[in-house]
Ligand binder design. Structure first.
Ligand code: TLP
Length: 346
């Protein structure tokens, strides 16, 4: 199977498995796991934040951030297609009791005038805007990168209004690799940031939430409340450390694979590439083939390729460490076969 459903499907490398076996561990709820402590310190340094917290997943990192930043009854501004709005099962409403304010962006980036418009003024009828969430890269916009300049402009507005910014940087390292800057050049335009170790960076599990020391202290309590206090979690932090230190430098390879895929599929008359491919995600519109997304995915699976639907006519392909350039070539052939079978049927 050529699994292009997500970059979450990567298996830990040999080096990661060895690190898991050899990891020094302790009880992290007592703050005594040396591997977790080292990972948190390293991540904070790389992201340019005072402190960091190892969390079980990207969703937990985002939700702990919202819980720590906001009070119940306040409003959180987020992009209308963001992961927090679309794919976290309304956790922000269920746990933090906040009202999401969904603002449509351009290629995943909220526009400054729309942000200004969405920020609430003082009025007895209005909730207070407690937080702005950004996402970089933006998943549903096809791994789109928000530039440091755009991040800075949004951050400046939020600072002016004294509203904190949380950055869902599940794929922030992909964004940084794409534009050739250190990840810090993007994370500085946020108060808190969540990065996933288990996506393009290839760790088996875990995310990092980073921010000011006092924020992380409160976040640690929210993580505990949510049942995310790990004990000998060093066995997960050790591969996370390898992910953080060694896997970011190769992300451009995944981007090249995605570009190759997009280029070849774009040459098919009945396929249309919806996104500008900047990182590791390709959104393919299959409307012209006459297949529904679910039927197309089923036929692809029978050919040995896995992908996911991102809409009734949109298929998302995601490249990653565990799929080679050769397999991308094979996937292109198999996808072309499914498309041409339909053309023949017609
Ligand atoms: N995204 C997953 C699915 O949930 C859609 C994927 O396959 O892309 N932020 C962003 C931008 C994400 O893409 C994801 C995962 C998360 C947060 C959540 O991370 P996890 O899965 O670790 O909770």
């Amino acid at each position: 199977m050529i699994d292009l459903r997500s970059d979450t499907v990567t298996k830990p490398t040999e080096e990661m498995r060895r690190a898991m076996y050899e990891a020094e561990v302790g009880d992290d709820v007592y703050g005594e796991d040396p591997s977790i402590n080292e990972l948190e310190e390293t991540a904070a340094e790389i992201l340019g934040k005072e402190n960091a917290l190892f969390v079980t997943s990207g969703t937990q990192g985002n939700q702990v951030a919202i819980l720590t930043h906001s009070v119940s009854g306040s409003e959180v501004i987020m992009e209308a297609d963001s992961h927090i709005f679309m794919y976290e099962a309304a956790a922000a409403s269920a746990f933090a009791g906040v009202q999401p304010r969904a603002v449509k962006g351009v290629r995943g980036t909220i526009q400054t005038e729309d942000l200004l418009h969405a920020i609430r003024g003082e009025d007895i009828h209005h909730p207070e805007t407690s937080l702005v969430c950004l996402e970089n890269t933006h998943n549903r916009a096809g791994g789109a990168v928000t530039s440091p300049k755009d991040m800075a402009a949004l951050y400046r507005i939020c600072r002016h209004h004294e509203i904190p910014v949380h950055l869902d940087g599940a794929r922030l390292f992909n964004a940084a690799a794409s534009i050739g800057v250190p990840v810090k050049d993007l994370s500085i335009y946020s108060d808190t940031v969540q990065i996933c170790l288990s996506k393009g960076l290839g760790a088996p599990a875990g995310s990092i939430l980073a921010g000011p020391a006092s924020f992380i202290q409160h976040a640690r309590k929210w993580r505990k409340r949510l049942g995310g206090g790990l004990r000998q979690g060093g066995v997960l932090a050790a591969p996370g450390m390898i992910a953080l230190k060694k896997m970011a430098d190769r992300l451009h390879e995944d981007h090249e694979k995605a570009k190759r895929l997009a280029q070849h599929l774009g040459e098919q008359p009945s396929l249309f590439i919806e996104n500008r491919v900047e990182t590791n995600i390709v959104l393919v519109n299959i409307g012209q083939t006459g297949f529904s997304a679910s039927h197309f995915l089923q036929l692809l699976k029978e050919e040995g390729v896995l992908a996911v639907a991102f809409g009734p006519q949109t298929i998302r392909f995601t490249t990653h460490y565990d799929v080679s350039l050769k397999e991308i070539g094979q996937a292109i052939d198999k996808i072309s076969k499914v498309v041409s079978a339909r053309v023949i049927l017609h």
